[in-house]
Every structure is written in C-alpha cells, then in structure tokens.
Design a protein around this ligand. Structure first.
Ligand SMILES: Cc1ncc(COP(=O)(O)O)c(C=O)c1O
Length: 385
C-alpha cells in the first residue's frame, strides 16, 4: 500500500459503501485532498499559483473541497465552467481551455467573465467576434505550442496539436490587439504523468524561457504564465514514485507571475473505488473474483491502460478473514467483454460473495473518463467524506 493514498479503514469503508447506497462507489477523502494540495504546492515553484484542472475529476463535491485549497480552476467545457463557478470562485480565477472552442462556448465563457485560451489565428478571430457581439472586453490567454518531453531526460519530445504555432504568433497577437480582448496571460502546458524531478524541472525552466521570449518580443504585460503541471498519479504497482524530494525547494522565479495547473496529482491519491464481490470461480488454473465495478466505471484499470510494464492497480479486500489463504486472482467486472479485467494475477485473500474490495488511488480520470454508456448499466456512485 502506498503511504500517500487515502486509506479508509475497513469499518469506515463499509460505512462509506452504505452511505453511498451501495457499490460500486467512488469515495473521495477531503483530508487526502488537503494533503495532496500541500504536497504538490511544496513541489511547485515557490509563490506559483495552483490551479486545479477539473478534467481529472469534475465531481461537484471534490471541486468544492478543492476551491478552498487552490488558487483557481482550469475548465474545458461549459459544464465544468458551471461546476467551477458554483463553488463561488471569482471568474478572474478561472481559465477556459481547450484547442478548439465553438462559437457558443466562446460566447458563454466571455459572458461568464473568465479568461479564455486562444490556440490559433482562427480561434483568436472567433473570440474577437464573440466579445464584440456581446459588448464585453474579454480576457485572452495565449497558449503557446510546446514540445512534450519524454519520460526521462534526453528522450524524444513529442509534437502535438495544442497551442499557437510559432509562425502564427504575430498574427494572433495582432488579431487580439485589434479586438477588445486584453492578453492577460500565457499558457504553456507540456504533458502529464511525470515522476522524474529533472524532467519536470527542465520543462518548467524551458516553458519560463519561452514565455519570457514571447513577453519581450510583443511587449506583453501578463497577470500570469501557466507553466504546466505534469506531476504523476502513480496508482499501478510498477508506476515510478514521484521524486517529491527532488522537486522540493525549487528556485523562485521572480521575472514572471507563475501558475501551475494540476489534475491527477491532486485528486488521484484521494479517491478509492469500493466494489462488491458478485461471484467467484475457477476456470482452468485461474481463480476469478467477479465484482460489480467494470471498466465502464474505472476505465483506467482496463488492459488498455493498466497492466504490462505499469503493473496492476492496487486492490485489497476490506475486512479479510484472519488466516484466509492468499492466492493469485483475476479481478473481473460484470461486462460481457474480455477487456473487463480490473486486476490480473494479483495476490488476494480468499473472498466470498458479498465481500468488499477496495481499489486505491483512483481519484482521477475515474467515472468521467470511463465508457459509462456501455451496456446501459447504472452509473457509479460518488461521495466525498
Ligand atoms: C491543459 C491541461 N491542463 C491541465 C491538465 C491536467 O493534467 P494532469 O491531470 O496530468 O495533472 C491537462 C491534462 O491533459 C491539460 O491538457
């Protein structure tokens, strides 16, 4: 079991399952959210603002709990925007991001008074037109295209579709300057799921240099520069631990007001999934434990994401019987799909129908990232405790 993960004790886990009205149920710990924010803040450049990206977990209770702990929100849809605004956050502390917004989204975000990211000349024109039509000034954040570094220092970086291409930058600035929008910030996001402190630190430094070059070239005065987040959520047993010590005590950056935007590292460790054993059987030499959660609830456990080099998701039996024999098991869900395997060949004590299992550290990219419509089954329950 990882030290940093929320860990409802057996009795609490049973009560949480009852409180949720049954399983499968995600349970998110407020205390663990607070601990995660503190740890991630300490691993960020001193003085940097911390934004929470709702894409990792848009549950209103989670977002409300985080509202008191972070400095702003990054939202990617109008539904996420409403969830964020419903916490009472000031619109100036919300950033509406995404590579391709529709006219309706542009209008809604500007009408709400939040900052919007602009990722191309066409999108700059879209926002300029929307602001003029609404008669509001509007605040634009230019997202710069950046290469995403590999997992280790020296690995090949990957190109991507996000942000304004360097050759389009002057046009974007011209369009925005000719509009009512003010350029209030820059966004340079560079990837996710990084554990290596050298990679993260180098990426932040490179983003800062790129931002400074842009500010100098166009004479911009910005309220903030988002230099990404990138810190991992290790939740499979072979995922590397984040090098928290290596990230602590970074040098302060006084040339630009920095913001970091994080999703998984804030909510991942705070969430567990409770699921009930519906059947047990042995087929050939394999012991199967069939549970009521499937990859329609926890897609990140599917063989498309977990397993192989990453190892298996962390799963334990709630209230294992003293002296129960421990043996390898395949934990599978209720779906008619061979893909519906949540943990493969993991060591589990003997269980019976009705027993509770708990997957740890699955608070990010859970229900909202899962194919919940598959087989038209019930939605998973979610509670914050
Ligand atoms: C622009 C942007 N910000 C923030 C995030 C959140 O990233 P993570 O969950 O890895 O912290 C993402 C993830 O894709 C992103 O694209």
């Amino acid at each position: 079991m990882r030290e940093d993960m929320a860990r409802p004790a057996d009795r609490e886990a049973r009560l949480l399952a009852r409180r949720a009205g049954g399983t499968p149920a995600y349970v998110y710990s407020r205390e663990a959210l607070r601990a995660a924010v503190g740890r991630v803040r300490a691993a960020s450049p001193p003085g940097a603002g911390l934004y929470y990206s709702l894409k990792a977990n848009p549950h209103p209770g989670v977002v409300q709990a985080l509202a008191a702990l972070v400095d702003g929100f990054d939202v990617c849809s109008l539904a996420e925007l409403e969830t964020a605004l419903n916490t009472g956050v000031q619109p100036r502390d919300v950033l509406f991001t995404g590579p391709a917004k529709s006219g309706e989204e542009a209008e809604a975000a500007l009408a709400a008074g939040v900052a919007v990211t602009v990722e191309s000349p066409n999108q700059a024109r879209l926002f300029a037109g929307a602001a003029a039509g609404l008669g509001v000034p509007g605040r634009a954040v230019i997202r710069l295209n950046t290469l995403y570094p590999g997992r280790v220092v020296g690995a090949d970086p990957s190109p991507n579709q996000f942000g304004v291409a360097p050759e389009d930058l002057a046009e974007v600035v011209d369009v925005l300057r000719a509009s009512t929008l003010s350029v209030t910030g820059l966004q340079l996001f560079w990837g996710s799921q990084h554990a290596d402190a050298d990679v993260i630190t180098a990426a932040r430094a490179s983003m800062t240099e790129q931002a400074l070059a842009c500010v100098d070239r166009f004479g911009l005065t910005v309220d903030f520069v988002s230099v990404g987040g990138g810190i991992a959520m290790p939740w499979c047993d072979a995922d590397p631990e984040v090098d928290w010590a290596g990230l602590a005590g970074a040098d302060a950056e006084d040339r630009l007001p920095l913001v970091c935007e994080y999703g998984r590292s804030l909510v991942g460790p705070a969430g567990s999934l409770l699921t009930t054993v519906l059947d047990t059987k042995t087929v050939g030499d394999r012991r199967y434990v069939l549970v009521d959660a499937g990859i329609n609830h926890v897609f990140i456990a599917s063989r498309l994401i977990a397993g192989g080099d990453r190892g298996e998701p962390r799963v334990r039996v709630v209230g294992a019987r003293p002296g129960a024999a421990v043996a390898p098991a395949w934990v599978t869900g209720p779906l008619c799909s061979q893909l519906d395997v949540l943990a493969e060949d993991v060591r589990l004590p003997e269980v019976e129908i009705g027993d509770l299992l708990l997957f740890e550290g699955v608070g990010a990219y859970g229900p909202s990232f899962s194919p919940s419509g598959f087989l038209s089954r019930d939605q998973v329950r979610e509670i914050v405790y």
